[in-house]
Design a protein around this ligand. Structure first.
Ligand SMILES: NC(=O)C1=CN([C@@H]2O[C@H](COP(=O)(O)OP(=O)(O)OC[C@H]3O[C@@H](n4cnc5c(N)ncnc54)[C@H](O)[C@@H]3O)[C@@H](O)[C@H]2O)C=CC1
Ligand SMILES: O=C(O)CCC(=O)C(=O)O
Length: 526
């Protein structure tokens, strides 16, 4: 039975799903050294934002297949280290969108009306109505930095409250922004014109300290900043100084450079600052959503199925996964086959996506082909996560081409491997009930389903060859399950593809190559 470690508090709904397929240990609050000590026993690790999954932890997790982050941001996981080790990292891209957006909106309104401090003063027994005079958001300008899932929801609700919306997001179109009632502008203009600035971007090298002394100086003296995205996007000391000196109006922060927040000037800024302990996703609904979403993916990976929201498997989103699944198997089989035909060290793999596969959505097939190609060298250590990295590290050049006009089959895949021993190619398609068929080997048309053990010959198309080969295999007690010859012209060169019931015994390949008319022979195990 597989073992899953849950190292942060996760809703029971997620634990129940994991328990269907694994032994689940919930151990929260572990110190890094404690986690390193036990992680080697586990096949999967499920976390929220509390656990930092460092390279050291990943390296100690010798059995780990998947790390599941019950939330959006995976910045607490060393994803490159996991990728190198072939560990899938999954998240829940949408489970807490509404919770985080509502928290940002609540922060904006609370900051405008000083609700936390007014509440505290009444609870202290005071009745002070002068200190807490606020500001309306109606007709004010909200600058949304990052118009993704959370930013879009904030924008939609803010629009309904009568706010004017500016947005900055270099990765979305003007039309998309306009659909949400936002005017897409440069960041500088947003900083200058916004009364409220709300951040909904990931923390990346480009966004680290995006709000700093310089950018704060460009804002209105009444501007209020809300950060429910990630700590470190704001330079906290610069922000504290700007609020103290009246250079901006205030800030509401849910996330911090270092969490939990330690000693900080931010704590002493009174009613112009609101601090919450990373509560954006902390609603009952969001926690159920993310726990189920991530637990289902861990369960699937344990059962040998692909995960729908893997952050380190390029292009393998849930929608295209379903469509591509049978073709992924085709690509892997062809990669494995062409790698064995090429023998030696493969230097270049050309992947030609043909017919209806000639779309950008088919990019994962290239990864699947590489996984197949590397299988003989790496066995179970290669997977969709690390196949591209492993290929790069081995200096394999990958050329991807598309030919939408190829019409032999609805969609087919052609792989050509060039290596130290020469060049070989295979083509395959899905026929009938999505059954994999080899449709071409080294330029010779054939039509055979691949089998576990196969023998391919390149020979001269002349009488007697098939008989001689059959007798030779028979003398070694090798049973032929099926045989097909592919040729371009009568009595020219031809390829023979044989499916055999058992692996070829040692030494027989050399004898096959001695048969008159046979130029070369290759044995393949798929
Ligand atoms: N406080 C909390 O508890 C929570 C925080 N988050 C955080 O909120 C943030 C946003 O999450 P989602 O909306 O789900 O992500 P998303 O991926 O849907 O949207 C992010 C947007 O940021 C844009 N972006 C990326 N780099 C940018 C840049 N340099 N400048 C401007 N825009 C840029 C992207 O184009 C994208 O549209 C993430 O950092 C996530 O970790 C998410 C959930 C809960
Ligand atoms: O797990 C949490 O509460 C944090 C959520 C979060 O920050 C995220 O999903 O990115």
């Amino acid at each position: 039975m597989s073992k899953v470690l849950v190292s942060d508090p996760i809703d029971q709904a997620g634990i129940d799903i994991l328990s269907q397929v694994a032994t689940v240990d919930v151990k929260t609050g572990l110190k890094p050294a404690e986690l390193i000590e036990i992680i080697g026993e586990y096949d999967a690790l499920m976390i929220r934002s509390g656990t930092r999954v460092t390279q050291e932890i990943i390296e100690a997790g010798t059995q780990l297949k998947i790390i599941g982050r019950a939330g959006v941001g995976v910045d607490n996981v060393d994803v490159p280290a996991a990728t190198r080790r072939g560990i899938v990292v999954v998240n829940s891209p949408e489970g807490n969108t509404i919770a985080a957006a509502e928290h940002a909106l609540a922060m904006m309104l609370s900051l405008s009306r000083h609700i936390p401090d007014a509440n505290a003063s009444v609870k202290r027994g005071e009745w002070d109505r002068k200190t807490f005079v606020g500001a309306e958001v109606y007709k004010k300008t909200l600058g949304v930095v990052g118009l993704g899932k959370i930013g879009s929801h904030v924008a939609t609700v803010a629009k309904a409250m009568g706010m004017k919306l500016l947005a900055y997001d270099p990765f979305i179109s003007t039309e998309r922004a306009e659909q949400m009632g936002c005017q897409l502008v440069e960041l500088d203009l947003l900083f200058q014109q916004a009364d409220y600035i709300t951040l909904h971007i990931p923390k990346t090298p480009e966004t680290t300290n995006l709000i700093n002394a310089k950018t704060l100086a460009r804002m209105k003296p009444t501007a209020r900043i809300i950060n429910c995205a990630r700590g470190g996007i704001i330079d906290e000391s610069a922000l504290a100084a700007a609020i103290k000196e009246g250079k901006i109006g205030g800030a509401a922060l849910d996330v911090f450079e270092s969490e939990p927040l330690g000693e900080s000037d931010l704590r002493s800024l009174g009613k112009d600052i609101i601090l919450t302990p990373h509560l954006g996703a902390s609603t009952t609904e969001a926690q159920v959503n993310v726990a189920i979403d991530v637990a289902e993916q861990i369960r699937d990976v344990i059962l040998g199925l692909p995960a729908r929201s893997a952050v380190n498997i390029p292009g393998l989103g849930p929608d295209i996964l379903e469509e591509l699944k049978p073709y992924m198997q085709l690509a892997e089989t062809l990669g494995n086959l062409v790698g064995q035909l090429a023998g030696g060290r493969v230097e270049t793999l050309t992947v030609k996506l043909q017919g209806e596969l000639a779309t950008n959505k088919s990019q994962p097939l290239v990864v699947a082909a590489l996984k197949g190609l590397l299988y003989q060298a790496l066995r179970e250590r290669v997977n969709y996560v690390n196949a591209s990295i492993e290929a790069k590290e081995r200096g394999i050049r990958v050329i991807e081409t598309r030919d939408a006009s190829a019409r032999d089959y609805a969609g087919s895949l052609h792989l050509e491997a060039t290596g130290t021993l020469g060049t070989h190619s295979v083509t395959g398609a899905l026929l009938g009930d999505k059954e994999i068929h080899l449709t071409d080997v080294d330029g010779f048309p054939i039509n055979v389903p691949p089998s576990k053990y196969m023998l391919f010959t390149l020979h001269r198309d002349m009488p007697g060859i098939i008989g001689k080969l059959g007798s030779l295999l028979g003398s070694f007690n090798v049973n032929i399950a099926s045989m097909q010859v592919g040729r371009k012209i009568v009595r020219g060169d031809a390829v023979m593809a044989l499916s055999i019931d058992d692996p070829l015994p040692d030494g027989i390949l050399d004898e096959i190559k001695q048969v008159s008319g046979i130029r070369d022979a290759y044995t393949v195990t798929l």
